[in-house]
Structure formats: structure tokens, C-alpha cells
Ligand binder design. Sequence first.
Ligand code: ADP
Ligand code: ADP
Length: 231
Amino acid sequence: MARVKLQDINKVYENGFHAVHDVSLDIEDGEFMVLVGPSGCAKSTLLRMIAGLESVTSGDLIIGDTRCNDVQPKDRGIAMVFQNYALYPHMTARQNLAFGLETARKPKAEIEKRVNEAAELLEITELLDRKPGQMSGGQCQRVALGRAMVRKPEVFLFDEPLSNLDAKLRVSMRMRISRLHQQLKDSGRPATMIYVTHDQVEAMTMGDRVCILKKGAIMQVDTPMNVYHRP
Ligand code: ADP
Ligand code: ADP
């Protein structure tokens, strides 16, 4: 598990656009933090910087005890779940789940064990031989979540993972993700989760804390209770 600490982070894109302004945020070990705000408020930019998919212009990004500004994405102990699933279309669900572990040269038995465990938890065991084109959006998103899980990352990053799903599926995936967070906590191996959304309901129901962003700056960080139910 790992704490994720942003200290005076700024992001200026190559075209000169100043997207993130002096963001400081301390996300605790094992915490579920939701980043919420309207389109364009820099939620994805922040998440991509934490993932290492986007450079940090100034400030310090600390994951665990390490300053990670210049650390390779694969060495950050994170796994990301994307809105568009980002599954390999020519591979089966099983191959998609196993691929990252194979490239990381994990032993075959260990890969099989992790894939089967994740599949069982996400109820996709019967789907393992299907390719993404033969699965629904909700099924693909469960495989994508499984692919992040099998890495056993210290930090999970979610970039609007449910926005392509219909309302009913969103509710069940929301519960699945919350349950995963709880199960990891109960197993003594908690993971920090950072979840980006523009959906107020998700922000209200999923996070230990919510961080509200506006135009690249933090407006408020507090528990959902204090953010949404203050008299
Ligand atoms: P959100 O995820 O909250 O919708 P983004 O992080 O995608 O917001 O974008 C934040 C701001 O940065 C937006 O104004 C967007 O247009 C701008 N932006 C995003 N990516 C780039 C880029 N590669 N170059 C320049 N500006 C960008
Ligand atoms: P690719 O060949 O597309 O990069 P891999 O699964 O081989 O896919 O991943 C290469 C590296 O990128 C891995 O070491 C892994 O740490 C990182 N990586 C791949 N997918 C993710 C993800 N969803 N979240 C975080 N890191 C990832």
C-alpha cells in the first residue's frame, strides 16, 4: 500500500496552457479518494501525472516514500482502469488478464492463480475464452478491472471507468469496485484508490474523501458527508 502525495503540482502543456495550478493533496495509505469536477477541470491530467503518462511541470509527486516525478510508469506500483477498457482486441479475456504478468516474467503457476482468483471475484470465469468483441461493455469493464487487479498494485487509478456503461451496470460496477477496496483492506493488503468522475452520485457514494476540482485547482477536500450534506 502506498500514500500518494501531491505537493504544489503544476502542469503547463506544451502549447502553453496552464492546466493544473498549485495542487497539493495527501492521499493516505489505503484511502479511496474521488476526484470530481466538471469536464476540463484537469481530473485526467492529474491522474495521468500520477500514472506517469504525463510529465509534471513543477512540484513533487510522491508515491509511498519515493519521489516519482521521473520514475517510469511501470515502476510506480500503480494500475489504471480506463474508460474505454483498453483491452487488446485480438486476445481473449484470459490472455488480456495474463499479459502484463507474462511481460513481467511472473511464474506460470502464479499467473494462473492470480487470473483465476480475479476471474472468480469478478464473476468472469465463463468469459475467459472470449475476445473483447464477443463481450458486452460491462463484461469488458470487468476484465479491465481484473487486469488491474492481477498486478496487485499498491495504487489503483480509475479514469471515469463507468461512463460508457448504462445506469444499472454502473451501480453494480460501483459496488464491485467498493467491495474490492474493502476486500483488500480486510485481507491486510489494502490498496490506495484514486477515482476520477464527473458523476456526483459516484463521488457521494464511493469515496472515503472527495476532492472537488475547478479549472485545475482544488476547491475542497473532505468526506462525502461534509461535502454534500452540510446544512
Ligand atoms: P478533465 O479530465 O477534468 O475533463 P483534462 O485533464 O482532460 O480535464 O483537461 C484539463 C484541461 O487541460 C482542459 O482545458 C484541456 O483542454 C486541457 N488539455 C488536456 N490535454 C491537453 C494537451 N495535451 N494539450 C493542451 N491542453 C490540454
Ligand atoms: P504494453 O505492452 O501495452 O505496454 P504491458 O501489459 O506489457 O502492456 O505493460 C507494460 C508496462 O506498462 C508494464 O510493466 C506495466 O507496469 C505498465 N502497465 C500496463 N498496463 C497498465 C495499466 N493498466 N496500469 C498501469 N500500468 C500499466
